[in-house]
Design a protein around this ligand. Structure first.
Ligand SMILES: Cc1cc2nc3c(=O)[nH]c(=O)nc-3n(C[C@H](O)[C@H](O)[C@H](O)COP(=O)(O)OP(=O)(O)OC[C@H]3O[C@@H](n4cnc5c(N)ncnc54)[C@H](O)[C@@H]3O)c2cc1C
Length: 260
Protein backbone atom coordinates (compact mmCIF):
# COMPACT_ATOMS: atom_id res chain seq x y z
CA UNK A 1 0.00 0.00 0.00
CA UNK A 2 1.29 3.51 -0.80
CA UNK A 3 0.00 7.07 -0.15
CA UNK A 4 1.98 8.54 -3.03
CA UNK A 5 4.89 9.36 -0.72
CA UNK A 6 5.17 6.46 1.66
CA UNK A 7 5.09 2.71 1.20
CA UNK A 8 3.52 0.74 4.02
CA UNK A 9 5.40 -2.34 5.15
CA UNK A 10 4.61 -4.79 7.89
CA UNK A 11 7.16 -6.10 10.34
CA UNK A 12 7.97 -9.66 9.27
CA UNK A 13 10.55 -10.37 11.99
CA UNK A 14 12.47 -8.64 14.75
CA UNK A 15 16.04 -9.37 15.79
CA UNK A 16 17.22 -8.08 19.18
CA UNK A 17 20.46 -6.12 19.02
CA UNK A 18 21.58 -6.78 22.57
CA UNK A 19 20.75 -3.93 24.92
CA UNK A 20 21.15 -1.36 22.13
CA UNK A 21 17.96 -1.88 20.15
CA UNK A 22 16.37 -3.95 17.46
CA UNK A 23 16.51 -4.89 13.80
CA UNK A 24 13.17 -4.68 12.00
CA UNK A 25 12.93 -7.03 9.03
CA UNK A 26 10.05 -5.81 6.86
CA UNK A 27 7.80 -7.77 4.52
CA UNK A 28 9.11 -6.51 1.18
CA UNK A 29 12.10 -5.26 -0.75
CA UNK A 30 13.19 -1.69 -1.50
CA UNK A 31 16.07 -1.69 -4.01
CA UNK A 32 18.79 0.68 -2.82
CA UNK A 33 22.46 1.52 -3.05
CA UNK A 34 24.67 0.78 -0.03
CA UNK A 35 24.77 3.79 2.29
CA UNK A 36 21.38 5.20 1.28
CA UNK A 37 18.69 5.86 3.87
CA UNK A 38 14.91 5.94 4.22
CA UNK A 39 12.60 8.18 6.20
CA UNK A 40 10.63 5.87 8.53
CA UNK A 41 7.23 7.16 9.68
CA UNK A 42 4.94 6.17 12.50
CA UNK A 43 1.76 8.26 12.04
CA UNK A 44 1.11 10.51 15.02
CA UNK A 45 4.61 10.01 16.37
CA UNK A 46 7.41 11.13 14.03
CA UNK A 47 9.32 10.53 10.83
CA UNK A 48 13.09 10.01 11.06
CA UNK A 49 16.03 8.85 8.88
CA UNK A 50 17.43 5.32 9.05
CA UNK A 51 20.12 3.57 7.04
CA UNK A 52 19.03 0.75 4.80
CA UNK A 53 20.62 -2.15 6.64
CA UNK A 54 19.40 -4.54 3.92
CA UNK A 55 17.23 -3.85 0.90
CA UNK A 56 15.79 -7.33 0.30
CA UNK A 57 13.94 -7.71 2.53
CA UNK A 58 14.07 -4.07 3.63
CA UNK A 59 15.59 -4.08 7.12
CA UNK A 60 16.33 -1.25 9.54
CA UNK A 61 18.49 -1.47 12.64
CA UNK A 62 17.45 0.88 15.41
CA UNK A 63 19.35 2.02 18.49
CA UNK A 64 16.82 3.06 21.13
CA UNK A 65 17.96 6.53 22.21
CA UNK A 66 14.77 8.61 22.35
CA UNK A 67 11.00 8.65 21.86
CA UNK A 68 10.88 7.70 18.18
CA UNK A 69 13.51 5.00 18.26
CA UNK A 70 11.90 3.52 21.39
CA UNK A 71 8.56 3.45 19.52
CA UNK A 72 10.25 1.62 16.63
CA UNK A 73 11.79 -0.86 19.04
CA UNK A 74 8.32 -1.55 20.47
CA UNK A 75 6.99 -2.71 17.08
CA UNK A 76 6.04 -6.34 16.86
CA UNK A 77 5.58 -8.81 13.99
CA UNK A 78 2.58 -7.73 11.92
CA UNK A 79 2.75 -4.03 12.90
CA UNK A 80 2.92 -1.42 10.15
CA UNK A 81 5.76 0.95 9.34
CA UNK A 82 5.61 3.59 6.59
CA UNK A 83 8.73 4.36 4.62
CA UNK A 84 9.86 7.04 2.09
CA UNK A 85 12.97 6.60 0.01
CA UNK A 86 15.59 5.46 -0.69
CA UNK A 87 17.38 8.82 -0.45
CA UNK A 88 20.87 10.25 -0.59
CA UNK A 89 24.19 9.36 -2.13
CA UNK A 90 25.67 6.11 -0.88
CA UNK A 91 29.10 4.50 -1.01
CA UNK A 92 30.86 4.24 -4.38
CA UNK A 93 32.65 0.88 -4.57
CA UNK A 94 36.18 1.06 -5.90
CA UNK A 95 39.28 -1.09 -5.64
CA UNK A 96 39.78 -4.72 -4.70
CA UNK A 97 40.33 -4.60 -0.92
CA UNK A 98 37.78 -2.93 1.33
CA UNK A 99 37.82 -1.94 4.98
CA UNK A 100 34.45 -1.27 6.62
CA UNK A 101 34.52 0.58 9.95
CA UNK A 102 31.36 1.07 12.00
CA UNK A 103 30.55 2.33 15.46
CA UNK A 104 27.26 1.99 17.33
CA UNK A 105 24.20 2.13 15.07
CA UNK A 106 26.44 3.43 12.26
CA UNK A 107 27.20 -0.22 11.54
CA UNK A 108 23.77 -0.38 9.86
CA UNK A 109 24.95 1.74 6.95
CA UNK A 110 27.72 -0.78 6.11
CA UNK A 111 25.94 -4.15 5.91
CA UNK A 112 24.36 -3.65 2.48
CA UNK A 113 27.81 -2.65 1.27
CA UNK A 114 29.21 -5.87 2.75
CA UNK A 115 26.48 -7.83 0.96
CA UNK A 116 27.36 -6.24 -2.41
CA UNK A 117 31.09 -6.80 -1.87
CA UNK A 118 30.49 -10.48 -1.10
CA UNK A 119 28.27 -10.85 -4.18
CA UNK A 120 31.13 -9.42 -6.26
CA UNK A 121 33.63 -11.68 -4.46
CA UNK A 122 35.74 -8.70 -3.39
CA UNK A 123 37.91 -8.85 -0.26
CA UNK A 124 36.48 -7.14 2.79
CA UNK A 125 37.40 -6.66 6.43
CA UNK A 126 34.83 -5.24 8.85
CA UNK A 127 35.65 -3.63 12.20
CA UNK A 128 32.75 -2.77 14.46
CA UNK A 129 32.67 -1.18 17.86
CA UNK A 130 30.48 -0.15 20.75
CA UNK A 131 30.79 0.98 24.37
CA UNK A 132 30.24 -2.55 25.69
CA UNK A 133 29.61 -6.07 24.34
CA UNK A 134 25.82 -5.95 24.77
CA UNK A 135 25.66 -2.81 22.59
CA UNK A 136 27.48 -4.25 19.58
CA UNK A 137 25.11 -4.10 16.63
CA UNK A 138 24.83 -6.53 13.73
CA UNK A 139 27.82 -8.85 14.24
CA UNK A 140 25.37 -11.63 13.23
CA UNK A 141 24.65 -9.92 9.91
CA UNK A 142 28.32 -9.78 8.94
CA UNK A 143 28.73 -13.40 10.04
CA UNK A 144 25.76 -14.41 7.86
CA UNK A 145 27.59 -12.83 4.91
CA UNK A 146 30.73 -14.82 5.65
CA UNK A 147 32.63 -11.86 7.14
CA UNK A 148 33.83 -12.30 10.72
CA UNK A 149 33.93 -8.76 12.09
CA UNK A 150 36.82 -7.52 14.22
CA UNK A 151 35.32 -6.25 17.47
CA UNK A 152 36.25 -3.35 19.73
CA UNK A 153 34.57 -2.24 22.95
CA UNK A 154 35.43 0.67 25.22
CA UNK A 155 35.39 -1.61 28.28
CA UNK A 156 37.01 -4.68 26.69
CA UNK A 157 33.98 -6.94 27.21
CA UNK A 158 34.25 -8.10 23.58
CA UNK A 159 37.19 -8.00 21.20
CA UNK A 160 39.89 -5.40 21.69
CA UNK A 161 39.56 -2.87 24.52
CA UNK A 162 39.54 0.40 22.64
CA UNK A 163 38.06 1.86 19.52
CA UNK A 164 37.44 0.50 16.05
CA UNK A 165 40.50 2.46 14.96
CA UNK A 166 42.62 0.42 17.37
CA UNK A 167 41.27 -2.82 15.96
CA UNK A 168 41.77 -1.64 12.36
CA UNK A 169 45.25 -0.25 13.02
CA UNK A 170 47.20 -3.17 11.50
CA UNK A 171 45.19 -3.11 8.26
CA UNK A 172 45.56 0.68 8.06
CA UNK A 173 49.28 0.74 8.86
CA UNK A 174 49.90 -1.98 6.25
CA UNK A 175 47.92 0.14 3.77
CA UNK A 176 45.89 -2.99 3.06
CA UNK A 177 42.60 -1.33 2.04
CA UNK A 178 42.12 0.25 -1.35
CA UNK A 179 38.92 1.80 -0.05
CA UNK A 180 37.70 2.57 3.45
CA UNK A 181 34.04 3.16 4.33
CA UNK A 182 32.90 4.32 7.74
CA UNK A 183 29.88 5.37 9.76
CA UNK A 184 29.57 6.01 13.46
CA UNK A 185 30.11 8.61 16.18
CA UNK A 186 31.63 11.75 14.77
CA UNK A 187 34.76 11.78 16.96
CA UNK A 188 35.55 8.34 15.49
CA UNK A 189 34.99 9.59 11.93
CA UNK A 190 37.13 12.67 12.54
CA UNK A 191 39.98 10.54 13.89
CA UNK A 192 39.67 8.13 10.96
CA UNK A 193 39.62 10.95 8.41
CA UNK A 194 42.79 12.42 9.92
CA UNK A 195 44.52 9.01 9.92
CA UNK A 196 43.57 8.06 6.36
CA UNK A 197 44.64 11.50 5.14
CA UNK A 198 48.06 10.98 6.71
CA UNK A 199 48.31 7.52 5.15
CA UNK A 200 47.01 8.72 1.78
CA UNK A 201 44.20 6.13 1.75
CA UNK A 202 40.82 6.84 0.09
CA UNK A 203 38.06 7.00 2.69
CA UNK A 204 34.34 7.73 2.64
CA UNK A 205 32.37 8.65 5.72
CA UNK A 206 28.62 8.60 6.24
CA UNK A 207 27.44 11.57 8.31
CA UNK A 208 24.35 12.01 10.45
CA UNK A 209 22.56 15.30 11.00
CA UNK A 210 19.03 15.84 12.25
CA UNK A 211 16.78 15.68 9.19
CA UNK A 212 13.18 16.63 8.57
CA UNK A 213 12.41 16.28 4.86
CA UNK A 214 15.21 14.00 3.69
CA UNK A 215 15.10 15.44 0.17
CA UNK A 216 16.96 18.75 0.31
CA UNK A 217 14.08 21.15 0.90
CA UNK A 218 13.95 22.07 4.60
CA UNK A 219 17.66 22.79 5.09
CA UNK A 220 17.63 21.27 8.56
CA UNK A 221 20.64 19.03 7.93
CA UNK A 222 22.97 21.66 6.47
CA UNK A 223 26.68 21.21 7.00
CA UNK A 224 28.66 24.12 5.57
CA UNK A 225 27.22 24.70 2.12
CA UNK A 226 26.01 21.09 1.78
CA UNK A 227 22.85 19.30 2.81
CA UNK A 228 23.59 15.92 4.34
CA UNK A 229 20.34 14.39 3.04
CA UNK A 230 20.79 15.51 -0.57
CA UNK A 231 24.58 15.78 -1.02
CA UNK A 232 25.38 12.92 1.40
CA UNK A 233 25.04 11.21 3.73
CA UNK A 234 28.26 9.73 2.31
CA UNK A 235 31.09 12.22 1.68
CA UNK A 236 34.78 11.77 0.83
CA UNK A 237 36.63 12.07 4.14
CA UNK A 238 38.66 15.07 2.92
CA UNK A 239 35.47 16.96 2.08
CA UNK A 240 33.95 16.00 5.43
CA UNK A 241 37.02 17.49 7.14
CA UNK A 242 36.47 20.78 5.31
CA UNK A 243 32.76 20.78 6.18
CA UNK A 244 33.38 20.03 9.86
CA UNK A 245 35.60 23.13 10.03
CA UNK A 246 32.58 25.26 9.11
CA UNK A 247 30.58 24.44 12.23
CA UNK A 248 31.18 24.96 15.91
CA UNK A 249 32.56 21.92 17.67
CA UNK A 250 30.59 22.39 20.90
CA UNK A 251 30.57 19.87 23.77
CA UNK A 252 26.80 19.50 23.19
CA UNK A 253 27.36 18.50 19.56
CA UNK A 254 30.12 16.06 20.49
CA UNK A 255 27.80 14.37 23.01
CA UNK A 256 25.00 14.15 20.41
CA UNK A 257 27.38 12.28 18.14
CA UNK A 258 28.52 9.80 20.74
CA UNK A 259 31.71 11.45 21.97
CA UNK A 260 32.66 12.70 25.43
C1 LIG B 1 21.18 9.47 7.30
C2 LIG B 1 20.89 8.95 8.68
C3 LIG B 1 20.85 7.60 8.92
C4 LIG B 1 20.56 7.11 10.20
N1 LIG B 1 20.53 5.75 10.39
C5 LIG B 1 20.26 5.26 11.60
C6 LIG B 1 20.20 3.85 11.80
O1 LIG B 1 20.39 3.06 10.89
N2 LIG B 1 19.91 3.41 13.06
C7 LIG B 1 19.67 4.28 14.10
O2 LIG B 1 19.41 3.81 15.21
N3 LIG B 1 19.73 5.61 13.94
C8 LIG B 1 20.01 6.13 12.71
N4 LIG B 1 20.02 7.48 12.52
C9 LIG B 1 19.74 8.37 13.67
C10 LIG B 1 18.24 8.39 13.93
O3 LIG B 1 17.56 9.07 12.90
C11 LIG B 1 18.01 9.09 15.28
O4 LIG B 1 18.59 8.30 16.28
C12 LIG B 1 16.57 9.26 15.60
O5 LIG B 1 16.01 10.23 14.77
C13 LIG B 1 16.40 9.66 17.06
O6 LIG B 1 15.02 9.90 17.31
P1 LIG B 1 14.46 9.77 18.80
O7 LIG B 1 13.14 10.46 18.85
O8 LIG B 1 14.48 8.34 19.22
O9 LIG B 1 15.51 10.53 19.69
P2 LIG B 1 15.69 12.11 19.92
O10 LIG B 1 15.01 12.46 21.21
O11 LIG B 1 15.30 12.85 18.68
O12 LIG B 1 17.26 12.19 20.06
C14 LIG B 1 17.95 11.62 21.17
C15 LIG B 1 19.35 12.24 21.19
O13 LIG B 1 20.08 11.93 19.99
C16 LIG B 1 20.43 13.12 19.27
N5 LIG B 1 20.19 12.89 17.83
C17 LIG B 1 19.03 12.53 17.27
N6 LIG B 1 19.16 12.36 15.94
C18 LIG B 1 20.42 12.65 15.66
C19 LIG B 1 21.18 12.69 14.46
N7 LIG B 1 20.68 12.39 13.27
N8 LIG B 1 22.47 13.05 14.55
C20 LIG B 1 23.01 13.35 15.72
N9 LIG B 1 22.36 13.32 16.90
C21 LIG B 1 21.09 12.99 16.87
C22 LIG B 1 19.53 14.21 19.83
O14 LIG B 1 20.16 15.50 19.76
C23 LIG B 1 19.35 13.76 21.26
O15 LIG B 1 20.43 14.15 22.06
C24 LIG B 1 20.32 8.01 11.26
C25 LIG B 1 20.36 9.39 11.04
C26 LIG B 1 20.66 9.86 9.76
C27 LIG B 1 20.70 11.33 9.54
Amino acid sequence: MADGLHTAFRVAATVPEGSAGLTLVLDGALPAEPGQFVMAWLPGIEERPFSIMDDDPLSLTVAAIGPFTRALCALRVGDRLWVRGPFGHGFALSGARHLLIGGGSGVASLTLLAKRLRAQRREAIAAIGARTASQLMLPWKFASLGITPLLATDDGTAGVRGTVLDVARDALDARWPESIYACGPEPMLRALAARTRTLGLPCWVSLERTMKCGIGICGNCHLGDRLVCRDGPVFPAELAQELWKTENDTPQRRRAHGGD
